[in-house]
Every structure is written in C-alpha cells, then in structure tokens.
Design a protein around this ligand. Structure first.
Ligand code: B1M
Length: 212
C-alpha cells in the first residue's frame, strides 16, 4: 500500500514531519494504527537496522531515523493507548543500565496502556536500584525490563537479584524482552516471563495479573 511504503521510506530518510503527516493521512484513510505500526513504521525501522548492521549507514542516520519513528509513534500514541477499561494492573517499565534504546520499550508501554495497565516508565539506562525504588514507590504487579544489546542483558539478571535481595519481589512478576533476549534467558535469570514483541507483552501481562 502506497501510504505505508511512503511512511517506511520517509522514516528511513529521517524525515520526521513527513512521517507524522503520512501517519495522519493513513489514519484518515482508515488504515488501522496497528497496520501503520507494523507495515509502515516497523518496516522502515527494520530496514534501518539492516543498513546499520551492514555499515551502510551510521549512528547519526540511525538517530535521525529513530526521531522520525518517534514522530510517527507520537501520532499513533493516543490511539494505541486509548482504553475504555479501568486499570488492569500497574507496571513499572524501563530499559536496563547501559542501554539507551527506547523505541521498543515505548511501544510496549503504549500497548500496555492501551490494554488498561497503568504504566510508570522509568526511562533508559536504568540501574537495578532505580527499578527497586520504583517498585517501592509504585507497588506494581509487573516489572518490565527491556534490553537491546547483548552486553546489557545481564542487567536484567542483576535487577531480578536486587528485587529479590530487597525482599520486594514477592507478588511482583518480572517480564523481559528486547531483540537479544530469549525465553531460555528469561528462565535462566528467574524472570516470570518473556515476550518477543509488544503485543505478546500485553498478552503475557494480562495472563500474569490473572486477567485471562
Ligand atoms: Co543500536 N543497536 N546501538 N541504536 N540499534 C541495535 C540494537 C543493533 C542490533 C544494530 C546492529 O548492529 N544490527 C546493535 C546491537 C548488537 C548486539 O548487541 N547484539 C546495536 C548497537 C551495537 C548499538 C551501539 C552499541 C552502537 C555504537 O555506539 N557503536 C549503540 C549503543 C547505545 C546504548 O544503548 N548505550 C547504539 C545506539 C543506537 C541509537 C542511539 C543510534 C539508536 C537508538 C535510538 C532509540 O532507541 N531512541 C539505535 C537503534 C535505533 C538501533 C536499531 C537500528 C533499531 C532498534 C529499534 O528501535 N527497533 C537496532 C537494530 C535492529 O533492531 N534492527 C540497533 C525497533 C523496535 C520497535 O524494536 O527495540 O526490538 P525492538 O523492540 C521490539 C521487541 O524487541 C520487543 O517489542 C518491541 C516491539 O515489538 N521488546 C520487548 C522490546 N522491549 C521489550 C520488553 C518487553 C517485551 C518485549 O517486556 C518488558
């Protein structure tokens, strides 16, 4: 579909205003937010990842593309996060220490919000202690940890350990995700669940709070 292809192409070129405008246009054309996300924005970002890996583009271009991705997500956010349901549960969500990737985490947060969860986002590069303090303050049902780098994944394990050592892991379920993370890794570090993508994270969170 031409609009979706245009979104992906403009995202790759880092044209944030055009991406936002095209996303708005696609919505006006009654393309669903989920389709725009999966077949427009994500297709573009995936291509950016491939080019980055192949050294065809470098960090500045990736950052500019990420800004365009955010511009598109900003338009979708109210729709993805629209929910008529009361709070299903509370979630504390963050990206592990040393890791500044936040696009996937933000998507997980948006879809959780849309599914009726109250999400406290503690940001990127979050040390285990920041998760601990947020758990004490917000008393979530779920802690969600994101990591995009193989080198930062162990921060998830550290976070699980810190919550356990602080005696506040009882009753709090930890879920993990991000490109290098696997179900086996989640089990190895004692997390309660793993989700491969944002929609699966919502399904998992609903299961863990006993909503279905
Ligand atoms: Co970086 N980066 N990056 N990067 N970057 C990757 C991850 C990489 C795979 C690129 C590559 O080499 N092909 C590679 C990691 C290699 C590895 O560790 N195996 C990499 C690298 C190496 C780096 C740097 C080290 C580069 C450098 O400096 N030399 C550096 C690290 C900086 C740091 O964090 N300390 C770096 C920097 C950056 C930018 C800042 C330029 C930018 C981030 C901008 C931002 O996030 N605001 C960036 C980007 C954009 C990428 C790629 C291109 C795209 C990531 C992304 O946003 N994808 C990425 C390549 C790629 O993934 N193809 C790459 C779209 C997003 C929707 O997907 O985040 O996977 P994702 O989230 C998905 C799922 O994973 C899942 O759901 C989401 C939606 O479905 N999910 C969860 C995520 N979190 C979840 C949590 C859950 C459940 C599911 O439960 C809690």
């Amino acid at each position: 579909m031409a609009d979706l292809q245009g979104i992906a192409e403009n995202l790759i070129e880092g044209r944030a205003p055009q991406v936002a405008a095209l996303v708005g246009g696609a919505l006006a054309g009654e393309i669903t937010p989920q389709t725009i996300l999966n077949e427009g924005l994500m297709v573009g970002m995936d291509q950016v990842g491939r080019r980055f890996k192949a050294n065809e583009i470098y960090i500045p271009e990736v950052l500019i593309a990420a800004r365009a991705m955010h511009a598109g997500m900003d338009v979708l956010r109210p729709l993805l996060a629209k929910s008529g349901s009361p709070t299903v549960g509370r979630v504390v969500l963050g990206t592990v220490q040393g890791d500044r990737h936040d696009i996937g985490k933000n998507l997980v947060g948006m879809l959780l919000t849309g599914a009726g969860f109250e999400v406290t986002d503690i940001g990127v590069d979050a040390p285990a202690d920041r998760f601990k303090e947020a758990v004490k303050e917000h008393k979530p049902h779920i802690v969600g940890i994101s990591a995009l780098l193989t080198t930062t994944m162990m921060g998830m394990s550290r976070t699980v350990d810190v919550l356990r050592e602080a005696g506040i892991s009882e009753g709090v379920k930890v879920i993990v995700g991000g490109a290098p993370v696997t179900a086996a890794y989640a089990e190895e570090i004692g997390a309660d669940g793993y989700a491969a993508d944002a929609a699966s994270a919502v399904d998992l969170a609903r299961q863990l709070v006993g909503f279905e």
